[in-house]
Design a binder for this molecule. Structure first.
Ligand code: PMT
Length: 396
């Protein structure tokens, strides 16, 4: 589960820092890429040379390198990380993290990071039990950080009690369990189509629809959070993915979307067709702007576009899953089931324009999911983000 993961190990000035060489070695053995960030005090307990030799990367401790003036961006580091592990975490660093006191490289990196954070406190038993430490740890927990509780035992002071940093093997186990339980789609490649397609009439006009891409991008983000490698093939939209790992391929027309889908589908485990694809395009493209006619009506001849979902349905192998959407205004269940079977889908997500808060452009959706055996799951009205989480959970 840790293979290929970018892990920042943040070391603070506690006696347990000597155990971090083992932690780093175990993470690297499991295929993780490790970057060590140390507070100035941590260097009193373990040398940066040991850690950079183990990780193959210079340890970061200051905001810039004094002799070259090279700036170390805590923002870039924070964005690089899939997880941050602060071990050992002293009472002082815990207090700074809880209260946003960003006076060193480690705390600024923590404040910039979007990745999950794991904190392994280590200190004397009375410091651990002090109300300020207890309050700061509660605060950190309330921000969504994961506290790896210290064990009881003999401490550096020779007193016996709670405050020993959890052993490196157990810290690795916590990370392993986190990535395996929260990332059920790890190793899977997911393709999502999103947004509308534009079918050009002439250089200034097109046939389109009201899709904003919100539903498709919410699905892409949810799949990425579940650990999948996600590519969105997107029509023209102004939204973008929140998850940095999501790759976007922009297209304009149904034919361009079809071409990209057919190219990527053979390498895909699950394809989710959420785009509102135009069923028809102008039969002819006018190279120059069509002039305003003196007649009151104009007739445009339209030709049928490829049905992307149906094409992928015909290409589908046993180990692949294909999910469609159905946007209906009437006879909803009947029409959705017809599409599920005729396009050889494994699942179809029905949303109806007749339901307030569902469909195009809203931040919410209300969907009914039909599986290939026609079983039906109705989800209540909820945000598109939560709708996406539920759909992805059904695919995990
Ligand atoms: O983008 P938002 O503003 O958030 O709105 C979300 C949404 C309403 C667009 C989305 O939830 C949705 O319903 N998407 C599918 C819209 C649609 O085109 O439905 P359909 O019933 O016409 O098509 C059925 C399925 O076939 C869909 O999976 C569609 O992607 C696919 N299709 C349709 C036509 C075509 N030529 N090729 C296709 O692949």
């Amino acid at each position: 589960m840790l293979k290929g993961k970018h892990i920042i190990v943040g070391i603070t000035g506690g006696i347990a820092a000597f155990k971090i060489a083992t932690l780093v070695r175990l993470l690297i053995k499991r295929g993780a890429e490790v970057q060590v960030v140390m507070t100035p005090n941590a260097k009193e307990f373990i040398t940066p040379v040991t850690l950079s030799a183990l990780t193959g990367k210079p340890v970061v401790s200051e905001f810039f390198t004094a002799n070259t003036g090279e700036w170390h961006s805590h923002v870039d580091l924070g964005l690089w990380a899939d997880a941050l592990v602060i071990a050992p975490a002293t009472a002082s660093t815990i207090g700074k993290m809880a209260n946003g006191i960003a006076d060193n490289m480690l705390v600024t990196t923590y404040l910039s990071a979007k990745a999950p954070v794991f904190i392994a406190p280590a200190m004397d038993l009375d410091m651990m039990a002090h109300p300020s430490t207890v309050r700061n740890i509660d605060l950190l927990r309330s921000y969504g950080n994961h506290i790896i509780e210290p064990a009881e035992g003999e401490l550096a002071s020779h007193l016996i009690g709670k405050g020993r940093m959890e052993e490196p093997e157990n810290i690795v186990k916590v990370l392993d369990e986190f990535f395996s339980s929260s990332r059920p789609l790890s190793g899977k490649k997911i393709l999502v189509t999103a947004g509308p397609t534009y079918e050009r009439i002439d250089p200034v006009r097109f046939i389109g629809n009201f899709s904003t891409g919100k539903m498709g991008y919410a699905l892409a983000d949810a799949a990425a959070r579940a650990g999948a490698e996600v590519t969105v093939i997107s029509g023209p939209v102004s939204v973008s993915p929140s998850e940095r790992s999501v790759k976007v391929i922009g297209v304009e027309s149904a034919c361009q979307m079809a071409k990209e889908c057919e190219r990527l589908f053979p390498e895909t485990d699950i394809a989710i067709m959420c785009a509102a694809v135009a069923d028809y395009a102008p039969a002819e493209f006018h190279e120059t702007k069509m002039k305003r006619e003196s007649r009151d009506t104009v007739t445009l001849e339209l030709k049928r576009n490829p049905d992307i979902a149906a094409t992928l349905g015909s290409m589908k192998k046993m180990n692949q899953k294909l999910v469609g959407f159905a946007l209906e205004t009437d006879h909803e269940d009947e029409n959705a089931l017809k599409k599920l079977h005729s396009k050889n889908l494994d699942m179809i997500v029905l949303n109806s324009l007749a339901v307030p808060g569902a469909g195009f452009a809203t931040d919410t959706n209300k969907v009914t999911v039909f599986k290939a055996d026609s079983s039906k799951i109705e989800l209540p009205l909820m945000s598109k983000k939560d709708t996406a989480e539920n759909i992805i959970r059904l695919l995990s």
